[in-house]
Design a protein around this ligand. Sequence first.
Ligand code: SF4
Ligand code: SF4
Length: 504
Amino acid sequence: MSVLDKLLPEFFIKVDRELCIKCGQCVKNCGFSALMQDKDKNVKPIHEKCVACQRCMYVCPTKAIQVINFPGTQKNNEYWKPEYIKNIKKQANSGGILLTAAGNDKPYPVIFDRLLLDACQVTNPSIDPLREPMEIISYLGEKPIDISIEFRDNKYVLKDKLKPNIKLNSPIIFAAMSYGAISLNAHKALAKAARECGILMNTGEGGLHRDLYEYSDNIIVQVASGRFGVSPEYLKRSAAIEIKVGQGAKPGIGGHLPGYKVDDEVSSTRMIPKGTDALSPAPHHDIYSIEDLAQLIASLKEATDYSKPVGVKIAAVHNIAAIASGVARADADYIVIDGFRGGTGAAPTMIRDHIGIPIELAIAAVDDRLRKEKIRNKVSIVAAGGIRHAADMAKALALGADFVTIGTVALIAMGCTLCQKCYTGNCSWGIATQRPDLVERLNPDEASKKLVNLIRGWSLELKEIMGALGINAIESLVGNRERLRALELSRETLDVLGVKPAGR
Ligand code: SF4
Ligand code: SF4
């Protein structure tokens, strides 16, 4: 190997010889084989292999191990960042596309952080959620503009047949993450938590494992361009169906599950041969217009007796409002809009980091357009991609979303430390892997409890925020941009958001 082929490690593993009791836990736990023990049981790091998944630091009983950034530095250069130099060297070695995982982590301005929520004072009293009822139950699906009732058999009955809606106890949905990209134990944890919380999880594009059939009432099944795992049975075993057109982490391109993650179970669930790369095409080969999309929506509704909502997931791109209007007119019951911070198990780095637009702008633009066109009732809007906490959720709702999805947040609750190496299949936490030795580390019951706690905490916080705003029903928060003010955002951005600057 020439010196030109060599790359400096990104991380440095420090082992404190005084504290280390040579138990070998760190060695056993590292999914990336970055640690070994010599014949005297001394821990020997292989810095080049470390991805900072931090599993060793969590399992070490004496806190004798530390992972730090590699101490070597390059001459300070604000333009040629170390990451760019490392990537150029990597590509000069491989001649391939750079891969990454999780969400866009680049320092674009975070609009959520420049939006502030309002609070009631004196003349408009706030509401105490501990003493007053606070309604956060939300319904996914088309709402009627009006309804007619008649008095029959001594009672009032609804004359209209309403479109199918799903009742969720909180406006939160676990984001689409496919079996194959994540483990079956992770899927089970999400399904179990969704049922317990009265919300939904989403299969992503990898089909539905038979072990999850019992959770059908809390599952959205995806129909993506690869059609993996799609069958009449699959469609039936769901609360809602979602056509995945795009994803915030990689708008405009298809999906790629490497063959080494396609084991027996993934292969039978996805209905593809074992060990083959699962490549979903960039477009659906039967969708080249809104009319084509309308046909697929109609077919899925027909196939399921018009009994469940059919939604469409699209990535947030420049002309998102016009696209969303078309999707609503194509008879979708809900639209998921995935912003450029949305996560992924694998994406080309250049696509993840440089394509798409922020979810805040996309939601505001879509809500605005659908209201102007008087078709806002036709769809629920679901904001996805980069929601980090309950305040982000409240801001997304105030900008016009009916629901938010959480993917990265759910993974973190299950142990993920955002090392961004999901595509390697070596996740030390048993989440983004199919290696049996790693998968068994994630206990679905324990992980599900964490998720239930998280949803409970966020729901309580949402009620607190609504109480401060003097709002006692979620419908009064959705699209209520008067309750937002902006700090240090340009006039143009304020215009798209429909939000006033702080102080006005
Ligand atoms: S890859 Fe993870 S477990 Fe292995 S040494 Fe690095 S931080 Fe520790
Ligand atoms: S799921 Fe696992 S591999 Fe992916 S970012 Fe989280 S810790 Fe890393």
